[in-house]
Design a protein around this ligand. Structure first.
Ligand SMILES: *Cc1c(COP(=O)(O)O)cnc(C)c1O
Length: 371
């Protein structure tokens, strides 16, 4: 089976992790601060705070930005579920705004209409590594004095008019799950220019420990969201070749774009002018009227894995009390709902061989010609 994604692990990565395994520090050792320093340099922010996952970093971002019970956070219903869960963790409510059909990112024009007296923050998601246009988002945030927190988990290295994503908000979050552009196994990172926010985040992720780092002094409620040394070492090794990995991913994407062109009705998510994209997954929009299930079946029979990406968050069946507060019903976000019925992620990874790209593209073309 050709998988949907595959981590890019080199002998140097394995050596970096093995070195940690031979040391005395499996957690809170020297790799963690080095990874944070190097990541901040790459991201273009003053501070970077590593955590055990992107979701953990989103949770900490909520607390550190003062989002709390009764607050509303404006975000996209077309995202990985973690971005909507983060406000719920702190007793706040995600308020969804429909997406722009061209970029699949939150439609900035709709944000202002969703603002109420309870709105505290805007959480744009740079979906699939295509940057959300931050100029109108920042403008509306400034007008209404709202905090902007970027979910850049899918967009490491992407830029909006020459400025890197993750540098626009009060803070931003990146993630290193194995299908992301770079991985630490599990892992995430909060970045910010605000020294106090960074210190607060560091305390929250480490059981609420005080700034002095004094052993067993915990002045506030905190969590254990620490990133271990094996993961930090893998992160450093991956980060060192991230620019090369991003270029390789762009080449794979360009290959797909070329090989799949001319299929009637098939839509691509093109990169708007002024935006620098970081390729997370390769998603196409199937022609209207084509059964996605049939296309997936045809590809599966040819040994190719695919996935619908994303099911809308507001339509998810949820068994817990958050469901009621999310107002789960079909209808209010027509762009998200129609796009989500047609998206298909096809196999995509950094070192994907050209022959495999060709095979997937040719099979998709054949399956669609019969659909
Ligand atoms: C990957 C991802 C996250 C974080 O995921 P983790 O698995 O917790 O690292 C958050 N938001 C989006 C949009 C993501 O794609």
């Amino acid at each position: 089976m050709i998988p949907l994604s595959r981590p890019d692990i080199t002998p140097a990565d394995r050596r970096a992790v093995a070195r940690v395994m031979r040391s005395d520090f499996l957690s809170l050792g020297p790799e963690l601060p080095a990874f944070e320093r190097e990541f901040a340099r790459f991201a273009g922010t003053r501070h970077a705070v590593a955590m055990s996952s992107g979701t953990a970093a989103l949770h900490v971002a909520m607390v550190a930005c003062g989002v709390g019970p009764g607050d509303e956070v404006i975000t996209s219903p077309f995202s990985f579920v973690a971005s909507a869960n983060a406000p719920l963790f702190v007793g706040a409510r995600p308020v969804f705004v429909d997406i722009d059909p061209a970029t699949l990112n939150i439609d900035a024009a709709g944000i202002e209409r969703a603002i109420t007296r309870k709105t505290r923050a805007i959480l744009p998601v740079h979906v699939f590594g295509l940057p959300c246009d931050m100029t109108p988002v920042l403008a509306v945030a400034r007008r209404h004095r709202l905090t902007v927190i970027e979910d850049a988990c899918e967009a490491i290295g992407a830029a909006c008019r020459g400025r890197k994503v993750g540098t626009f908000g009060k803070c931003a979050v990146f993630a290193f799950y194995p299908n992301k552009q770079m991985t630490t196994g599990e892992g995430g990172m909060l970045v910010t220019d605000d020294a106090r926010l960074a210190a607060h985040a560091r305390s929250l992720l480490n059981q609420g420990r005080g700034g002095s780092g004094e052993w067993l002094a915990h002045p506030r409620l905190g969590y254990n969201y620490r990133l271990d040394e094996m993961s930090a070492a893998l992160g450093r090794s991956q980060l060192a070749r991230l620019p090369r990995m991003l270029r390789a991913r762009a080449r794979v994407a360009a290959g797909y774009r070329r090989l799949l062109s001319g299929i009637p009705g098939l839509r691509f998510l093109e990169t708007p002018r002024g935006m620098t994209r970081s390729w997370f997954v390769y998603v196409v929009l199937l022609p209207e009227g084509v059964s996605r299930a049939d296309v997936q079946k045809g590809l599966r029979e040819a040994g190719i894995d695919t996935r619908p990406y994303f099911p809308p968050i507001h339509l998810m069946q949820r068994e817990w009390r958050g469901a009621g507060r999310l107002g789960l019903k079909q209808g209010p976000f027509p762009v998200t709902e129609s796009v989500a019925e047609r998206t298909l992620a096809i196999p995509f990874w950094t070192s994907m061989p050209e022959a495999t790209v060709r095979r997937v593209a040719a099979t998709l073309r054949r399956v669609l010609s019969r659909a």
